[in-house]
Design a protein around this ligand. Structure first.
Ligand SMILES: Cc1cc2nc3c(=O)[nH]c(=O)nc-3n(C[C@H](O)[C@H](O)[C@H](O)COP(=O)(O)OP(=O)(O)OC[C@H]3O[C@@H](n4cnc5c(N)ncnc54)[C@H](O)[C@@H]3O)c2cc1C
Length: 494
């Protein structure tokens, strides 16, 4: 069946010049690229209707698979000429609905843009196409003793374009910083189809920092096609410990004490009982009897520094009633200790059909209070919750598990998320640490920012994206001169 765009647009807006059927649009794109570079029809629409935030969905009209900057520019220019919305998509692992084709239109997938274009070992940088998976960059330069430091837990599949879109973090960003600190330059196809070069091999050129706007722009300011990334030396020594606690309070107190002692581990991650149960079920991993929380702590750097930092960490853990402290003896054991953290969310897939992973930030000192609040909200809303998160950054990830075939469960999950994120703001934190705003948290922006702050952001967006065809209905809520977001997205899945 061929559906018209008007029939499918959940916001109900009209896009006047848009080709009237999916088939017409797909044919036009096939003429522009090749038939093999265009996906359309029911299966493609279903496969590309959401990211890893599955509560809200919207079908694209077609998906294109360009291989170069020039092909992306061709598609964007065609979209502009025909008034068709377009949205960049990497691996689709985003957790806030950023790749949702909110008004239908063309999804520009970077799936075929995975080439490394230059490795400059002397200047410690690398140029790659934006569809390359994060982890492949580090693998490619391992032989030179270098790596790309930002490491979202999705790094085996998530792309550098997506990492740039969301300004992603990861377990090691506590010490090494987030994506924006590691991007030197990008090639951007702007929302009019012009090819721009922002930054380059060398960091910190003069003039306004537009690169800083693009990183974290959630694909609303153009399509990144290539990126210069910074490489840093692989640490000489690494020590990893997994520490079990019988209470959440002891674990969170340890986090605060370690940072207060002036020690900044490379990673300081926390998992609660819900995650332990999921990982036990999925991988048969065993943790000490009575364990209610785990901390995963990694120190890296020069061997002597690592040894003394780990000694301090162990003392603080013992002082805070640790049940067990396991320190990895070698690389194989280290990988094993990381399993609960890296595969925790995946393991929850065995417990329930759907998961929504929230992303809020609070001052570290508020962690115990905030976790209590999360458990209380989940209990009142009668939904399951497990927590695994970047404790060192105060970046909380409550994962609600539920059955999305039941509309009432979806409603309760959404309400619970809003309560928790609102509380994060009240405690002096933020509604996003690393997963972006997308469509999920768009309404909460009004709680975080004053109208004039939002207007300034909207003005910056219009510099790039005046026609609002580039990833429409994302990041900024409806406001003066920004009328794209006409409908609350939440719940369109019910
Ligand atoms: C199991 C799991 C673990 C995760 N762990 C972490 C974590 O530790 N830290 C973290 O920060 N996130 C994490 N995430 C979230 C997600 O993986 C990151 O946001 C990631 O950067 C998204 O990359 P992607 O290629 O999948 O992007 P997508 O989901 O495809 O896109 C994300 C956003 O970027 C935009 N975008 C994509 N490509 C481009 C481009 N070429 N140009 C311009 N804009 C573009 C999209 O329009 C969208 O707005 C996790 C997700 C999962 C499922």
């Amino acid at each position: 069946m061929i559906l018209t765009h008007q029939q499918e647009n959940p916001i109900g807006g009209t896009i006047p010049n848009m080709p009237s059927t999916h088939a017409e649009l797909a044919k036009a794109l096939e003429r522009l690229l090749t038939p093999e570079a265009v996906l359309s029809g029911a299966a493609a629409e279903r496969a590309y209707d959401c990211d890893a935030y599955t509560v809200d969905r919207s079908n694209p009209t077609a998906v294109v698979l360009p291989e170069s900057t020039e092909e992306v520019a061709k598609v964007v220019r065609w979209c502009c000429d025909n008034n068709v919305p377009f949205t960049a998509r990497g691996a689709g692992t985003g957790l806030s609905g950023g790749v949702l084709a909110a008004l239908g239109g063309v999804v520009i997938s970077t799936k075929r843009m995975t080439r490394i274009l230059e490795i400059d070992v002397e200047n410690c940088c690398l140029l790659a196409q934006s569809g390359i998976a994060n982890k492949r960059i580090s693998e490619a330069v391992k032989q030179f003793g270098l790596h790309f430091a930002p490491d979202p837990s999705s790094q085996t599949v998530s792309t550098i374009g997506g990492n740039i879109g969301e300004n992603s973090g990861g377990p090691h960003t506590l010490k090494y910083g987030i994506t924006v600190q590691h991007i030197l330059g990008v090639t951007l196809v702007d929302p009019r189809g012009e090819i721009l070069k922002l930054g380059g091999k060398l960091a910190g050129g003069p003039g306004y920092d537009f690169l800083g706007l693009i990183v974290g722009g959630e694909g609303t300011l153009g399509v990144v096609t290539e990126a210069w990334v910074k490489l840093v030396p692989v640490p000489k020594a690494v020590a990893t410990a997994l520490i079990a606690y019988s209470t959440i309070g002891d674990a969170t107190k340890t986090v605060a004490d370690i940072i207060a002692a002036g020690t900044i581990p490379a990673a300081l991650e926390m998992m609660d009982r819900g995650i332990l149960q999921a990982v036990r079920l999925a991988f048969g991993l065993q943790y000490p009897e009575g364990a209610e929380a785990l901390l995963l702590i990694e120190c890296d750097g020069e061997p002597e520094t690592v040894a003394s930092e780990m000694e301090i960490v162990k003392q603080i853990c013992t002082r805070n009633n640790a049940l067990e402290i396991r320190v990895a003896a070698d690389e194989a054991e280290r990988a094993k200790l990381w399993v609960a953290r890296k595969k925790g969310i995946g393991a929850m897939g065995r417990i329930a059909p759907s998961i929504v992973t929230h992303d809020g930030v609070i001052p570290r000192s508020k962690l115990p209070e905030m976790l209590e609040f999360v458990y209380a909200v989940a209990k009142r809303q009668q939904i399951g919750v497990a927590n695994l998160f970047h404790a060192g950054d105060g970046n909380l990830h409550p994962c609600f598990y539920f059955d999305d075939r039941d509309p009432d469960q979806i409603r309760r999950v959404i309400e619970a998320g809003e309560e928790i994120l609102t509380r994060c703001i009240e405690l002096g934190g933020s509604v996003s640490g690393e997963h972006g705003i997308g469509v999920e948290k768009i309404d909460l922006m009004k709680l975080m920012f004053a109208p004039e702050d939002l207007e300034l952001q909207a003005t910056s967006k219009r510099i790039f994206n005046d026609a609002m065809l580039c990833n429409p209905c994302k990041v900024l809520p409806n406001q003066k001169s920004c009328v794209e977001h006409q409908k609350r997205w939440r719940g369109t899945g019910w």
